[in-house]
Each structure stands twice: as C-alpha cells, then as structure tokens.
Design a protein around this ligand. Structure first.
Ligand SMILES: CC(C)(COP(=O)(O)OP(=O)(O)OC[C@H]1O[C@@H](n2cnc3c(N)ncnc32)[C@H](O)[C@@H]1OP(=O)(O)O)[C@@H](O)C(=O)NCCC(=O)NCCS
Length: 205
C-alpha cells in the first residue's frame, strides 16, 4: 500500500460530474497499459479516455463516482446501466463528435493504431452476455491511491447505485495480463463469463 493510500482519512468518494472530465481522462491514460502508465505510448493523451472513460460522464454521471483527495480526483469508476442504450447514445451523439475531433488525426504509434482498432470494435453491437448483465464498468485509480481499499469503496458506491436503480447485473473486460485487477474483480464477486481475446467478468447485482 502506498503512503497516500495508507493515510486514507482525507480520501472521499463522491458522485462524478461532467466537470471531472479532464481529471478522469488523465487518470485513464495513466493506467491504460494493462493497469500501468500509458502516457509514453500515445501521441495524444486524450485518446484512451475517449473510449473507456469520458463518454460515461456525459451519458449519465449519476452512475459514475470519483475518489477525491484534497479536492483532487485520484480515481474513478464509470458505468453505463444499460449497455444497449449506451450504445445507441454513442452512435447518435458520441461517435460523431469523436470522429469529427479525429478528422485530421494520423496514428503515430502502435497504441494510437490500437486505439483506432478499439474505436471500430466499440462501434459493434453489444454481445449476448449484455442481456443477463446489462450494465458495464471501468475503474481506474492513480498508483498513489491503489491498494488502500478505495477501489473497493468506489465499486460499492457504483454497484449500490445501480442496484437501487433496478439494474440486475454488470460486466467488464480486463487485460488478461492485469493480474491485480483480475484479483480485485474476483474479490468483488465477479466471475469470468466469456473470453473475447480479453476475459469478460460479470456478476449479478
Ligand atoms: C484494480 C484497482 C481498481 C483495484 O483497486 P485498489 O484500491 O487497488 O484495490 P483495493 O485495495 O480496494 O482491494 C480490494 C480487494 O481486492 C483484492 N485485491 C486487490 N489487489 C489485489 C491483487 N494485487 N491481487 C489479488 N487480489 C487483489 C483484495 O481482495 C483486496 O482486499 P484486501 O486488501 O482486503 O485483501 C486499482 O488497483 C487500479 O486502479 N489499478 C490500475 C488500473 C486498472 O488496472 N484498472 C482496471 C482495468 S480493467
């Protein structure tokens, strides 16, 4: 456990707000390489957040939470309660905006290219397990906030809210090399339900 995480008295979980976008996008790229820092891998630091973090804040911030230390955001969990509705919103509202913003973008690194591939992949229809586990999530904490029980607090905040809103189940994808995250998800009651190149974990709510 890091010193900052160990000294957790000044840490607070709160509902996210669209104004948290810059902080969330930054945390995303700092943890986007299988849980490690991906900042040196991308030519634009906002790229991973455009898929895996920022849109959720605009879709429904009531289902997203941040971890704050001294008024500074050091972690987040973003969720979409209904993956199919989220997909429809993305097609109508988010992807056109992202594609416009990337009109003059030329990939310069392998990660840039992987981002473009993931962008295409994310525009595919949601798989069958989204029927049984309609919500999905992404959770990321800066290194100094990891290992102190705050991932667990963020997870409980989001799952409690989704449950209160009548959501029956939730899924997520994880890099198979991210042993820490897999251990964390298992401890949070998730089980592997599919493998799409990356393992898919899910649980009932
Ligand atoms: C994965 C992550 C969200 C976990 O949050 P965290 O605050 O570090 O985890 P917590 O301290 O709340 O751990 C909760 C429980 O998860 C389990 N766990 C945590 N780290 C683990 C590890 N390395 N191996 C196995 N289990 C682990 C433990 O059961 C732990 O409970 P315990 O400490 O009482 O034993 C966080 O480390 C993180 O953001 N990592 C970088 C980004 C990332 O990989 N995100 C996931 C992408 S899919």
């Amino acid at each position: 456990m890091t010193n900052a995480a160990r000294n957790g008295s000044d840490m607070k979980v709160r509902q996210a707000h669209p104004s948290d976008e810059a902080a969330i996008s930054y945390i995303c790229v700092c943890t986007a390489d299988g849980g490690g820092d991906a900042r040196s891998l991308y030519s634009r630091l906002d790229l991973p957040g455009l898929i895996w973090a920022v849109p959720y804040l605009h879709f429904n911030p009531a289902h997203c939470f941040v971890l704050e230390r001294d008024n500074s955001v050091v972690g987040y969990i973003v969720t979409a309660a209904d993956t199919r509705a989220y997909e429809q919103w993305q097609h109508a509202r988010w992807w056109p905006q992202v594609n416009e913003g990337l009109r003059d973008f030329t990939p310069e690194t392998e990660a840039d290219q992987n981002f473009l591939d993931a962008l295409a992949q994310n525009q595919q229809p949601a798989p069958d397990y989204a029927d049984q586990y309609p919500a999905h999530l992404h959770i990321n904490l800066l290194p100094e906030a990891q290992g102190g029980g705050f991932g667990q607090k963020l997870m409980h905040a989001a799952l409690d809210q989704l449950r209160a809103d009548g959501v029956s189940g939730i899924h997520l994808g994880v890099n198979r090399n991210n042993v820490r995250a897999i251990g964390f998800y298992k401890a949070m009651g998730f089980e592997q339900v599919a493998d799409e190149g990356a393992p898919i974990f899910a649980r009932a709510l």
